[in-house]
Structures are given as C-alpha cells and as structure tokens.
Write a protein that binds this ligand. Structure first.
Ligand code: IVH
Length: 667
C-alpha cells in the first residue's frame, strides 16, 4: 500500500487503470501533479547540485512513481500543469564552463522490486521472442556521473552529466584523479570515444577525509556521495588530502568512432577498458534468463555491505551490444538496462511522540520520538522528520507504526507509515502555531515548506547560538556545558555569544562553585585568542560555516576587515572585537607565506599537524599533501617520510622546525 497519499490521490491512482475515471477530479490532479513536480525538483536540486538529501531514496522514488502514475492517468492535466520536470535532473552548478556531450547521457529506468525486475525482463523477452536473454549485473556505484572523451587515445575533456545534453567541464579535476590515464594504453583506441563512468569516494577515503576535517575543525561530509560531488565540482582550491579521495570507475560508452573498435558484449567491455588502462567495474556477473537475473541482483544486495565503495543498487544490462542496439531507447532511458535499487535497512516501530526542535536560526524541525528499535546493528529512538512539509507529506501521527530507515551513513529517517496499523483515534500532527520555546508566532518560509521562530530573543535559539559559539565548531570553551549555560541564560547574564566575554567572576560564582567558576573563566579567557575563523564561524550566521569562515579570514585577514566587508557579519564581529577578543594576527594577502605551497612531513615538536596547517594558512600559504612541481618548501620534522627524498630529488628547499618557526615570524 502507498504509505502516505492524500485521500483523493489514492482514488486517482486506483482510477488510473479504468477507462472512465469516476468523476475524475482533473483540477485536483493538475494541482497535485504541479505540487509533486515542484517538490521533486527541490529534491533534485538538493541531491544533484548540493550533494545532500532530505528524504530517503525510497521516498524520493515513490514521489517519482506517484507523479508518473498521475501523468499517465491524466495526460491533459499533466500538460496543463506548470513546472514539468526535465528528463534528467540537471546537476550543473553554473560555476563551471559547460560543453555538449557527443551522445546525450541518459538516466536508467528504475526497478524497485522483484516483480518490476520481472516485467523489465518480460518486455525484452517479448521484443526478442526469447526468454533466455543474457545479462550482466553490476554494482551501481553511488557517486557522480562523468563522461571522459579520449581523442586519438588522449584524454581531451571530462564533463559532468549536466542536463544530459550539456555538462560542466571538470577536466582538470578528473586528470588529477588517481588511476585516470592521460593516454589509453595499447594503440588500438578509437579516434574518439566517450567513456561513461562514475566519480566516487571509497569508504576508507571517506573516513580519512572526515577525520582530517574533524582535526581541522571543519564539518564532516554526510556521506561519500556528498564528498564526491563536492570534490568533483568545487571550484575553490581544495586541499590535496581531500581531492586524493576521488576514484573513477568506467562502465559504458557514449559516442565512439569508429564503432567497430568495441567488443560485441557488455561483459567484455570491462576487459577492454582494463586493457586500455581505465579503471573498470570489478564485479560483473554474467547471467542467463530471469531466474538467474533475480538471484544475481539479490546476491549483490546481500554482499553490498562487504564492498569497499558506496553503492545504491545494481545495474542490469543486456549483455549483447547488438541486442542493446536493437532494443533501443525509450523516452527517458535505454530499454536494455535498468537500475535496481536496494531497499535501505529498516524496521517498524511505534511513533511515541513528535517533538519540535528550535535551531539556532529559528528553524523548527519536527523530530520523531520512537520506541527504541534496532536497525542494522544500531538502536534508534529518534529520527528526524526534516520539516513541516516533509511531515505533512508523510502524515505520520502519534501512535502510528512507522518504518525507520538508515541508508548507510545518513541520519535515520522515517520512510513511511503503516496505515493498516493506524489507531482509530490517531490525529494528524498539528504543527504548533507558536514557538514551543518562547511562544512567538511561527512564520513560514519558502511557501510554507519550512517554519521558523522569528524571535531573536527566543531562549532556545539563544541556547543553541551560545552553545554553538562555545563548542568545538566555534571558539571551543572547555567545561561550558548545558547546565552552566542554562543557569547563565536564566539569570539574564548571557544573551549573545559576546556576553561570555563580559562575565565577571562574581556572575559566575553565583551560578557555579568557586573552583568551577575559575576554571571556566580561564577557559573563556583562553578562547579570546582562538583563531579568527572560529569567531566568524561561531557567531552562527546562516551559510557561514567553518569553510566559509576560513576563506573570509584568508581573504580579509582580520575580524575588523571582515566586518567592514560583510554587512551580515558586521555587528556581531565588531561586538566581539569591542569585548576584547584577540585572535592571532593573520597576515592575509601580505603574509610571509603568501602564495607559497608547503608540504609537511614527519613530526614537529611544537605543533600538531592541524596547528601547522593553521599557521601556514594564517601567513597566506597553502598546504599540499605531496611534493610536486608546485611545492615551494618541504617542512621536515622528526622521522620524515619519503617526501624528503622526493623534495631533495626535485631541489625543493627543506625547512627544519626552527627555520619553519622563523618563516612564520618567530613564535
Ligand atoms: S550503466 C552507458 N552501470 O547510474 C552507461 N551506470 O541512474 C549507462 N551508475 O548515469 C549507465 N554504476 O552514473 C551504469 N555499473 C553501472 C553504474 C551506473 C553507477 C550510474 C550512472 C548512471 C546512473 C543511472
């Protein structure tokens, strides 16, 4: 059963098969089609441009399926409804030059369960009049699609999928990806070939990058796909340590001239790719007939957790390229291939309550409080419901039995409601009209998609703002826990982050024991000289996280200069400066290491690696992961690694710790 359709929607879907839809509510169908298109377009934008997702894949697929059902049942309404969706969601960011694919990049037909897989096969079996068709089954890599053009064996360009016709040029990034050959091996490469593949991040690399980011005070990436999307398309400089995480896998061909240079079977394509030196799909299962096909897809699903790279399903393809050509293309996707999505790990449990959290920007987020349930080895008692709009679409009610899903690394979400188990007295959740923390009347953003507490003096927003400022994502005040914070807020002593620097000892003694008060005062005092970016990120202006804050500091040099250049940050930053915070000087443009690239090796006695990086960046320099043509200095500590030999070989100047300190300006 559909988990959450509006009542009339169910009837529309049920009427879809009959010739006379009973009193077909066409205006309503048009409205619903429009609403679904707008919602899907929003999720497409999040996913394809920003590398994020708000709902589990299965929910997204259901929205798509529901829209397709309505469009089919109500073609007139569909034609009249605005906001038609593009055949392929556009992943262009607008920040990179674009170029046209020789052969458009299409998406794949989705298959969501065994019976749809059987129908996929059934259609091909009928077309070719035989049931024993041969297929290959491969993992579906979860990254971002890319097309590489090799001309006379040389890598000429690499494009993202874009809108399918026109993609964005990421050639420079792709050239730097480990394992991407600049030239195809073997001398038998076609004159021109478009190789289709995926840029992805293996799990081990994902953990490595997030650990590094944690050390540097940067927010972690939510999942490997988000990291891949960020790395492939980020136009700003990205640390080498991060770009090294990307990998390429090749699985298909777009344009190819002459076409005769390709093997006749899909399963041989991987072999040919490997001969050319291209990274190919490692797991290619060749099967015959639908039973083997189903078993292979199922088997891959069960092995999924053992794979070292992220996958979100299996791709099945007709093995014979001649049959592929004969099957041809449907409106949106080839008829000879399909993507089978694996179900996310999930379990059913009771929804005990829905609470509403107030974020530091005022955003109200509904949260499901659940009877604890184990999903893939983790006990889950809370799951986000994302926003008022998502909750309304789900129509989850207190008392409902809901399905909780965890897709690998993503926060648990509610995938659906089991309507059969709904208690008779369950009522739709009435989103509070007033902020649960301060009682202010809630305001709607984005056409009602999200709700917000508008009050700047809301105590909960304040708690979150101050808590964020004091946390490791901000200036990092040790020992400043929620209990002290609440006491200080309740006494009216802290209303803004800056108030922390105005606290007197007697204020704290009123809220704490003397010893604890002194410890806290010391910690607050120490935080006055935190790095400048920590203040910028700590004040919690929407959109200004650690990365943006570091960039601002690099560009402008001081809190005062940032305040002068960025009106949104002006007041809070100047207040901090007036309260006497003194981040270490940042040289910005005129820094001692301005424009220089340094590589670190070995252990330094006086700095952790993260500190060394911060100091170098503070002097306008950059840190790279390995010694190369662009390296200006190698900083070598105790037990240097192979980088030292490489630097010597290349004649790169090597700095010992003392020289390094001198370059940094003495201390
Ligand atoms: S075959 C000509 N095989 O999934 C190539 N696609 O939803 C047609 N993908 O755009 C696609 N792993 O980016 C194919 N083993 C695999 C794949 C795969 C991941 C991606 C690819 C495609 C998308 C379709």
């Amino acid at each position: 059963m559909p988990t959450r359709p509006l009542r009339f929607l169910t009837s529309l879907l049920l009427s879809a098969g009959s010739t006379f839809a009973l009193a077909s509510p066409v205006p309503e169908a048009r409205e619903e089609i429009h609403r679904l298109r707008v919602e899907i377009a929003r999720h497409d934008d999040l996913y394809h441009r920003q590398g994020r997702s708000e709902i589990p894949d299965a929910d997204y697929d259901e929205l798509r399926a529901r829209l397709a059902g309505l469009e089919k049942a109500h073609p007139v309404a569909a034609a009249a409804a605005a906001a038609p969706l593009p055949p392929v969601p556009d992943d262009r960011t607008g920040n990179l030059p674009d170029d046209t694919h020789h052969v458009p990049m299409r998406s794949l037909t989705k298959v969501r369960n065994v019976s749809e897989l059987r129908s996929f096969h059934g259609a091909l079996a009928r077309r070719f009049g035989r049931d024993d068709l041969a297929y290959v089954v491969e993992p579906k890599y979860d990254g971002i699609a890319v097309s590489l053009t090799y001309e006379r064996g040389r890598l000429a360009r690499a494009l993202t999928r874009g809108d399918g016709r026109t993609g964005e040029d990421i050639t420079a990034r792709v050239r730097a990806v480990a394992g991407v050959p600049a030239r195809l091996r073997g001398g038998d490469a076609p004159d021109r070939i478009e190789i289709r593949g995926e840029l992805y991040v293996p799990f081990a690399e994902f953990s490595r990058v997030n650990a590094l980011r944690g050390e540097a005070g940067l927010a972690p990436f939510a999942n490997p796909r988000a990291l891949a999307a960020g790395l492939a398309r980020r136009v700003t400089e990205t640390p080498r340590e991060e770009t090294q995480a990307l990998r390429l896998v090749c699985f298909g061909v777009g344009a190819c001239a002459p076409d005769t240079s390709l093997p006749g079977y899909q399963r041989e394509l991987s072999v040919r790719f490997r001969d050319w030196g291209l990274p190919a799909v490692e797991i290619v299962r060749a099967v015959r007939g639908v039973e083997q096909l189903v078993a292979a897809v199922d088997g891959l699903g069960r092995e999924r957790s053992l794979l070292a790279f992220p996958t979100d399903g299996a791709v099945v393809k007709l093995d014979s390229r001649a049959l592929q050509a004969a099957a041809g293309e449907g409106t949106d996707a080839p008829r000879w291939a399909a993507a089978c999505k694996f179900a996310a790990a999930g379990a059913e449990t009771r929804l005990l309550a829905i609470s509403v959290q107030v974020g530091r920007s005022g955003a109200l987020t509904p949260v499901a409080e659940l009877a604890p349930v184990e999903v893939a080895g983790v006990t889950i008692a809370r799951a986000t419901l994302h926003s008022a709009a998502v909750l309304a679409r789900l129509d989850a009610r207190v008392g409902d039995t809901v399905r909780v899903e965890r897709a690998g690394d993503v926060v648990p979400g509610i995938a659906g409601v089991n309507l059969e188990q709904r208690p008779a007295d369950a009522r739709p959740f009435a989103f509070p009209k007033d902020c649960p923390a301060c009682g202010s009347t809630v305001v709607a953003d984005g056409g009602g998609a999200s709700l917000r507490c508008p009050s700047d003096s809301c105590p909960e927003r304040l708690r979150r703002r101050v808590g964020h400022f004091a946390s490791q994502a901000g200036v990092g005040i040790e020992g400043f826990g929620p209990v002290v914070m609440d006491r200080l807020i309740a006494r009216g002593l802290v209303r803004e982050p800056v108030d922390l620097y105005l606290l007197r000892r007697e204020d704290l003694v009123a809220a704490e024991t003397e010893a604890a008060a002194d410890r806290l005062l010391t910690a607050i005092k120490r935080s006055r000289s935190a790095e400048a970016w920590r203040f910028v990120a700590g004040i919690g202006v929407p959109g200004v996280g650690a990365a943006a804050a570091r960039e601002l500091v690099r560009r402008h040099g001081s809190l005062e200069a940032i305040a002068a250049a960025e009106p949104r940050l002006r007041e809070p930053l100047l207040a901090l400066v007036r309260a006497g915070v003194r981040p270490p000087a940042v040289a910005g443009k005129g820094g001692a290491l301005h424009g220089k690239t340094l590589v670190l090796t070995g252990a330094l006695a006086g700095f952790s690696r993260a500190e060394a990086v911060t100091r170098i960046e503070a002097e306008g320099g950059r840190v790279a992961g390995s010694v190369g043509r662009g390296t200006d200095y190698l900083v070598a500590g105790e037990n240097p690694g192979a980088k030292l030999a490489e630097a010597r070989k290349r004649g790169v100047p090597v700095l010992g710790e003392e020289e390094f300190i001198r370059v940094l300006g003495g201390n």
